[in-house]
Design a protein. Structure first.
Lengths: 272, 771, 157
């Protein structure tokens, strides 16, 4: 219930954040909304000695249009995304995923940047952003770089962000057509996904079917070669490594992946 | 207008709604120190050593205590000889979470830092978590002085076999009633302040006097110097009757440290240290006729007690056996049980305490008989019902005589509210449409034993007695204060007691206060459990009020110079029947009651005080008929409740709002047990796997349905209110309705039974012909 | 340690606390407002729900220092025309939306936040708005009725 002792270092610019990361090194973690980090700290599964608080970096808030994409500040909360007219118009998949994160209180604090940086394969936004071909902009000691979703998720709670990176923006290309869907299976309403699926155009991405959000490659190929939705969905669990836990066995997750892919493809098709 | 039967809004609410409630953790007298247990992280192990050298150096630490510090004190009360639970684990820990040491620090943050620095060296032993494991030939013994993990056993000695063979058919079923965690939203905690004037302890308890009695003797201090206060308590459901170790050690720590000491469990601590519920396995055999009539029923119960036999835990299987035949007239019933210790959290009462287990099994058996005879489950129930003219009904156990009920009427009302034909039509329609969910409908016709209880009943669970107390005191201005031995934790006692008293006394509801929970001000009490509130303390208040009114009317008659028998009370005043205008207010009477010069000669000052220890001649037997309609997703197996009909017979209803609220809450817990909840242990290490609210699935609002509530009324003949109690009914009656509905939905797959919780995956397996 | 200033229910608070101090503990133990409660340690139960700059948050999952110079509203900060109770509080009283009362302050705050954003929620809206708040006593239906009553009698004031 009580985190271990740490020092709180609030910063107001990205540069200050980077400098602080450099100064404190491995002792430090960034905190924004804190809804990935604080629960771990309260159970003492994470014990950073320093928390660099980036929540007041005003540059990192807000959603704006930029030609053919939306630029979403990393500190934008799930609630802001859920209710954003720009998201609704240009990236409705992302809005649909944001709406299903946790519960209203969590959505009021949790940020898009915090959620993807945590690197959880069940993260609704991570799965949806991957499907939407989003890219992630990070500022590090060597400057600014842009990482595509394909290269962003590396392993269990591991992303391409380095210890000294600050995730600043998420770029989401405008959705070309209404061909999208987000499906999430839970046992209880407030739970993390047991399995989730995001479909956007030809992308089919699975959540909670391995250590990172996974592309359902065989499904995508099947669709491309003209298979019907049910046939395509049957390939959903190829190349996945779902875990067994008290909520679901690996076998059941494999089954759910097929069901959800079918439902997602069906919904996306109906929407187009 | 009579308040009894009216939807009176609660006295308790304004304070709770404005954040002015006072729960244990809200009290923080100056200088309060914070205590936290060091818990065993092993399920079964010998303690080799405990090293607190680092701990004593941690900031704010005031001390660390182990079992050695309590060696001159007895074990926790109520346990069975040789199986008693020590206050702190001695040389052996018997479940992961058992307290091993206590750290006290200046505040809870420092305590949290200090606890992990206590280094306990263990010699790991094999752990057992199920009855099956604990009774296998190679099982480790939890208590080496005994050569068995079986604590109590009532063997099966019956001659039912001949009745089974004579029957048209027989069937058997093994049913698991899974372990549940009680999870009141407030955990367990206490604040003890032992000063030179004596001990005061605020505790999250359902039974303050019960705790005071045991605590005083354990501490070897007289009861008059031992004050227990149950302030606002955030839910209990049976788990807060238990004598937890913190209640016993906190006073000592306070005495030794000379400052108030508080314990307050985190939820993770509560998940392993608060007692669990259920965890029974039943082997059932039934013999029945072609028309569904059941001839013989045998039920063998295995109760997992957890690591120590808790006083209420030990009695659960008995209650289950008592209620094994449910609402049905079964000529030959035989029950037996064994209670077994395992390396898991101790098990105690949890809403229903043994009766949900019995009801679940008999209601599943009824449906199995319906399946085997190809009859409508409604018909099988109807043909087996005890009829309304057969009460009092003596059951297979002489302790259990059902007093009143009308099971056919309850079921009829349930069917009416359900619109059974429409449901069956929808079911057929959906079955034919592969894009539609499967529909299932399930019933539960149940009764349960409540209103604990007749003399001797609660004594069997370690209580002082089985009565309940009420004391009414009229103030000089004619307002009333009622002290009740019952100790509520959400049930609304302050409201329903004032309603009953107001009707009898003619004093307005707002001028009646109800006080409970404090052993210094309330007469001896037993506590709130076993759905006994209205039947016991409600009756106590009614009778006490009636007795007090005799003297109040004497005073009024004296003041009005009228005949006693002509006095009636209405609207806070006493009138003379037939002589309007001649009246005297309750204020006048109250004042007079303290004035010898104005009292009638036969009464003395202070006469308007009445106390009563109400004894019940029998238990009461609430009953009901519930029905559940489910939709089962054909692809995922997820179950959604489309309709939940709950018809209750609780006899007289004092306050329909409160009664319905109790049903809703009980049904919610029942549905949660049926579909979501399960305490799990690693079968090899004995480690708890569901020890927080992420993994232990308590549903929130979107996960539960609305409830269609109905009522029938047969009066309880055993108390002056005619009330049966209702607190546990919902939890008793609802799980089988839900599971019967799911099994019904899956009947086309040949499914005969699914154990709770009916998770989507289990349903998926069932639909694919797997277990 | 940091001196943390938070305006709670319009009253400026200032306390020197460890950086790790959770907002729920700042509220309960430093500001001594014990209405908000603690029911879990994994951010599931919502008994600690308060409004932070008008938004419902779980104060057990916010550091006090994260609320530096911000405004918090707790249940003690609600008031209205119903003998001092706000419409939501009165709705819970009218519709028996509480039994033991322990989850209630969190439910009331979450409901108040809902009605401020959505003055006419349907049943589904209400249940989903409260999905982060666990009650063990009521079974939720009477809580939903309470919120509906409040919506019809003044809303999230």
């Amino acid at each position: 219930m009580i985190p271990a002792l740490f020092t709180h270092v609030p910063v107001t610019t990205v540069k200050e954040a980077s400098d602080a990361l450099k100064h404190y090194g491995d002792d430090a973690k960034l905190i924004a909304g804190g809804h990935s980090l604080l629960p771990l700290m309260k159970l003492r599964l994470a014990t950073p000695a320093v928390l660099i608080d980036i929540a007041r970096i005003s540059d990192l808030r807000g959603i704006r249009e930029d030609k053919d994409k939306l630029v979403v500040g990393a500190l934008t909360t799930h609630e802001q995304i859920e209710n954003s007219p720009l998201i609704s118009k240009y990236a409705p998949l992302i809005g649909a995923a944001a709406k299903l994160v946790g519960d209203p209180q969590v959505r009021n604090r949790g940020t898009i940047g915090g959620s993807v940086a945590h690197g959880d394969a069940a993260s609704d936004l991570s799965v949806a952003l991957f499907a939407a071909n989003a890219s992630f902009v990070a500022t590090g000691p060597k400057g600014v770089r842009k990482i595509s979703a394909v290269d962003f998720f590396l392993g269990f709670w591991t992303t391409a962000l380095n210890q000294d990176d600050v995730l600043t923006e998420i770029h989401i290309p405008f959705a070309p057509t209404p061909n999208w869907s987000y499906q999430k299976f839970t046992i209880r309403s407030q739970d993390w996904a047991v399995v989730s699926v995001a479909v956007s155009e030809s992308n089919i991405i699975l959540g909670a079917m391995g250590e990172i959000p996974l592309r359902a490659g065989k499904c995508e190929e099947a669709i491309a070669s003209g298979a019907d939705l049910e046939q395509a969905a049957n390939f959903a669990d190829e190349g996945t490594s779902p875990s067994s836990d008290i909520r679901a066995s690996a076998d059941y997750r494999r089954h759910l992946a097929k069901v959800l892919v079918f439902d997602a493809l069906t919904e996306a098709k109906q929407r187009s | 207008m009579s308040l009894v039967g009216a939807k009176v809004l609660r006295k308790e609410d304004p304070s709770l709604l404005t954040g002015r409630g006072k729960f244990v953790d809200d009290f923080s007298p100056p200088n309060t120190a914070f205590a936290q247990f060091v818990m065993s992280d092993q399920a079964h192990a010998n303690i080799i050593s405990i090293d607190v050298s680092e701990t004593l150096k941690m900031p704010g630490v005031l001390g660390v205590w182990t079992a050695a510090d309590f060696i001159s004190f007895p074990n926790l009360p109520g346990g069975m000889t040789d199986f008693e639970r020590p206050v702190l684990a001695h040389d052996r820990v018997r479940w992961a979470g058992e307290p091993v040491a206590i750290v006290v620090a200046e505040n809870r943050y420092q305590a949290a830092d200090a606890v992990p620095t206590v280094l306990v060296e263990y010699e790991t032993l094999d752990a057992v978590t199920t009855v099956e494991q604990a009774t296998s030939p190679s099982a480790p013994m939890l208590f080496e002085t005994r050569k068995s993990n079986v604590l109590t056993k009532v063997p099966m000695l019956d001659d039912l076999e001949k009745h089974f063979t004579k029957s048209h058919d027989r069937a058997s079923l093994r049913i698991v009633n899974q372990r549940c965690a009680v999870v009141p939203i407030e955990t367990v905690g206490c604040l003890a302040d032992w000063t030179i004037d004596g001990l005061t302890i605020w505790a999250t308890t359902q039974a303050p006097h019960h705790l005071r009695n045991k605590l005083a003797s354990w501490l070897d201090t007289p009861q008059n110097l031992c004050r227990v206060i149950a302030p606002d308590v955030g839910g209990g459901f049976g788990a807060k009757i238990v004598w937890y170790p913190e209640f016993f050690v906190a006073p000592l720590l306070s005495k030794w440290l000379r400052r108030p000491v508080k314990f307050m469990q985190t939820r993770s601590e509560a998940m392993v240290q608060m007692t669990h519920g259920r965890d029974q396995v039943h082997e059932i055999e039934v013999g029945f006729e072609k028309n569904g009539k059941i001839n013989a029923l045998r039920m063998v119960i295995s109760q997992n007690l957890g690591a120590y036999g808790d006083p209420t835990g030990l009695g659960l299987a008995t209650l289950t056996g008592w209620m094994a035949a449910g609402c049905y007239k079964i000529p030959h019933v035989s029950t037996g049980f064994r209670t077994v210790v395992t390396n898991t959290t101790p098990v105690a009462a949890y809403r229903g305490a043994g009766r949900p287990e019995a009801t679940f099994s008999i209601e599943r058996i009824i449906d199995l008989v319906a399946l085997k005879t190809n009859l409508d489950p409604v018909k099988v129930r109807q043909i087996n019902f005890i009829q309304p003219n057969e009460f009092p009904y003596e059951t297979h156990n002489e302790a259990v005589v059902y007093d009143s009920g009308d099971f056919p009427q309850a079921l009829d009302e349930c069917l009416r509210l359900l619109d059974y034909d429409a449901v069956k039509a929808q079911q057929a329609k959906n079955l034919a449409d592969k894009n539609a969910p499967l529909i299932g409908v399930g019933f539960s016709c149940w009764l349960e034993i409540a209103g604990f209880g007749p003399n001797g009943s609660l004594e069997g669970f370690g209580h002082l007695a089985s009565w309940e107390s009420a004391q009414i005191r009229i103030a000089p201005d004619g307002s009333a204060t009622i002290f009740i031995g019952s100790s509520p934790h959400g049930q609304g006692h302050e409201t329903f007691v004032a309603q009953i008293a107001s009707d009898e006394l003619g004093i307005p509801f707002e001028r009646i206060s109800v006080i409970h929970g404090d052993t210094a001000t309330v007469l001896q009490g037993i506590g709130t459990m076993g759905s006994r509130g209205v039947p016991t303390v409600g009756s106590a208040v009614k009778v006490a009020s009636e007795r007090l009114m005799v003297r109040a009317k004497k005073i009024a008659a004296h003041l009005l110079e009228a005949a006693e028998q002509d006095i009636e009370v209405k609207d806070n005043a006493f009138n003379v029947r037939g002589t309007p205008g001649k009246k005297v207010s309750w204020s006048d009477v109250g004042l007079t009651s303290f004035q010898p010069l104005r009292l009638p000669p036969e009464l003395q000052a202070g006469t308007l005080e009445e106390r009563l220890f109400h004894e019940s001649p029998n238990f009461s037997y609430p009953s009901g008929a519930y029905a559940c309609v489910v939709e089962v997703n054909r692809k995922t197996g997820k179950v959604k409740i489309q309709k939940m009909v709950v018809v209750d017979d609780c006899g007289t209803v004092i306050n329909p709002l409160l009664a319905e609220g109790q049903v809703h809450g009980g049904v919610a817990q029942g549905i949660a047990q049926a579909l979501y909840e399960q305490v799990c242990y690693d079968p090899f290490s004995g480690q708890p796997i569901t020890a927080n609210l992420i993994d232990y699935l308590i549903p929130s609002a979107p996960d539960l349905p609305n409830y269609i509530a109905g009522r029938i009324t047969t009066l309880c003949p055993n108390n002056p209110l005619g009330a049966k109690g209702i607190g546990e009914s919902g939890a008793v009656g609802s799980p089988p309705a839900v599971v019967n509905a799911v099994v019904n939905a899956l009947s086309s797959f040949g499914v005969e039974h699914i154990d709770m919780p009916v998770t989507p995956e289990k349903v998926w397996h069932a639909m694919n012909g797997r277990k | 340690m940091t001196v943390v200033r938070i305006k709670i229910n319009g009253v400026p608070q200032q306390h020197d606390v460890e950086d790790r101090t959770l907002l729920i503990h700042y509220i309960r133990e430093n500001a001594r407002l014990t209405g908000a409660h603690i029911g879990c340690d994994t951010s599931n139960c919502g008994a600690c729900t308060v409004l932070l700059n008008g938004k419902a948050v779980k104060s057990c999952t916010v550091l006090a220092v994260q609320a530096q110079d911000e405004e918090v509203t707790t249940v003690e900060g609600l008031s209205g025309d119903f003998n001092g109770l706000s419409p939501v509080q009165e709705g819970f009283r009218q519709q028996h939306g509480l039994q033991c009362g322990y989850c209630t302050p969190g439910m009331v705050m979450a409901s108040t936040a809902l009605l401020r954003e959505n003055p006419s929620p349907n049943e589904d809206d209400i249940r989903h708005a409260l999905e982060g708040n666990i009650c063990r006593c009521t079974g939720y239906e009477m809580i939903v009725n309470s919120v509906r009553w409040a919506a019809e009698n003044g809303g999230g004031k």
